[in-house]
Design a protein. Sequence first.
Length: 157
Amino acid sequence: MEILPAGLLDINSLRIMEKVCFPNDAWPLLDLIGMLSFSGVIRLKAVEKGQMIGFVAGDPRPNEGISWIATICVLPEYRGKGTGKALLEACENALPTKIIHLCVRISNEEAIRMYKMAGYYNIDRWSKYYNDGADSLVMEKLKGMESPDKFGMEKYP
């Protein structure tokens, strides 16, 4: 598996991946085009045997002092093999801020576990964030620092 920069030529693969990974919440085509073309956005793909099997996008906001992991997905048949972790780490390393935020569906226990293992902790809960009314956890990571979670300081379990 390789992690490579993604671009507009990956639009079709990304659209398919979004629909498979997020059937109720796949980004609209124009949003995907924007993500793949706006300057400053970190966009990386995981490729195996010439096929895109995962994707991550990071949105740096240095004026706010934070960056956001805008989306991350791995095709179901490639999960549990470290692809998501590798994409997340590569994106984090490319982001310029020490503080990184992301949102995750509250029922996505597999992703939440991966994020916690990567040093993220819960800082908020957004009600009815997703199209079907499901809540989202907002998680944060302080690059290069111990996670406050280890000290029992999470605000939102």
